[in-house]
Design a protein around this ligand. Sequence first.
Ligand SMILES: C[S@@+](CC[C@H](N)C(=O)[O-])C[C@H]1O[C@@H](n2cnc3c(N)ncnc32)[C@H](O)[C@@H]1O
Length: 471
Amino acid sequence: MAKLNNDNRKFLFEKYKKQIEIDPNLNRTVVSFQANKKENFYRWFKYKEGFSKRLIKYFLMKYHPSKGHILDPFAGVGSTLFSARELGWSTTGIELLPVGVFSFESRMASESVRLSNLKEEIDKFQSKFEVVENNVPRKINHIPITKSAFPEETENCLNRFLNYCDNIEDPNIKKLFEFSAFSILEEISYTRKDGQYLRWDHRANKSWGKTKFNKGKIYSFTESINKKFSQVYQDLQDGNGNDLFSQIEEKIVYEPSNILQGSSLELMPLFQDNLFDFVMTSPPYCNRYDYTRTYALELIFLGYNDEQIKQLRQEMLSCTVENKDKIEKLKKIYSKENKIKEFEKVISCYNSSEAMQEVNTVLNKLNELKMLNNSNIPRMVKNYFLEMAFIVFEMYRVLKHGGYSVMVNDNVRYGGQEIPVDLILTEFALKFGFNLEKIWTLPTGKGNSSQQMGNHGRSELRKCVYVWRKI
Ligand SMILES: C[S@@+](CC[C@H](N)C(=O)[O-])C[C@H]1O[C@@H](n2cnc3c(N)ncnc32)[C@H](O)[C@@H]1O
């Protein structure tokens, strides 16, 4: 096979290598969900993609110790927003998945709950739930990929619980109750979130493949919900020291925080220029991870049907092989806002990146040679970067001069070809006017980045945090 061209990617690496540096503080546990397990809210609902509090505070203190207004255009469950808020920042987030938005709203609701009332409702539930009639006007409606996910008895309890919640008067407690059930769906089901899909326990009689998967204990609904209630109650007690509202004068007053539900690709063009002091975010990685499948149980619990879930999948930043082109849609959005010149500027930035063109050509070639394990990988990669070019452009536009953008992302590899996401996105960022402050990489224990690049093919992929500044 003819050697596939790597010159433009190498050139980009040479250009930026002086600014790629290992930050020993950024070990995997600071960046990933691992570090969150002990943090109160995170143990309520395991959003595996979530940032840790430490990561956000670390970067804010490092680059912008004074308060301001922060944006996270891929807000997830709102980790950036809550952590920045604790440092006195105003916060705005955008999140497409209702899973993240519901979690954010539930955590907000938890701040307004009077603990004594919550305790009362939990006690009432524990004495009353078993005798509530099996009258279920509101119930979970399955989609094909979630059918039979729960043992029958568990599903009955879930449906009864949804109806029970409808009779709770205090809207914040109602939300926390629903959120508690939402948070246990995985452990009461036959499924486990696993990479790109839900993995099925053999007891569901649905397991595929050669090896029988056993996820371990499957909790009953009552056992699990009671465990969750005590966790939530305990954390609220510990977190607040006391009932927040029993000592009104000590109540912390936070700056406004809001999360917009929708796509950043559609919502960011509506923001005015120079609005934010800081952007801190982690977009989906270009790694085929499908959030709508991983969180399918949570989505049906929130009432989403198959059609709506498919639509969410298409609206996500292209990171799965199923995502189709969004370019016509983006053109319409920019035209409607009278911003067709901006639209063209982004397209031309994308087209003028030689490293990007090289990646596209190489992937198409590998596809022709049937060396990719899915023929839509070239389309996904092409569209991932195209859409990210719009995001980076908007991040630059909405930041104030002097403002920072901090982005967490991993490089990827397909068909043996490394795709330097950090370098290509940085190239876009610089074309739009950003200054590259640093590409911080996580320590790998395998030498520095230039050695890694030298061993291309066998190298460990960089996991990075890029810091750009609007000058
Ligand atoms: C890596 S996660 C970010 C997690 C977040 N840092 C947290 O702490 O929870 C990426 C997020 O981007 C969201 N997302 C994907 N496409 C989006 C889009 N077009 N607009 C807004 N959010 C999107 C996903 O649902 C996911 O929650």
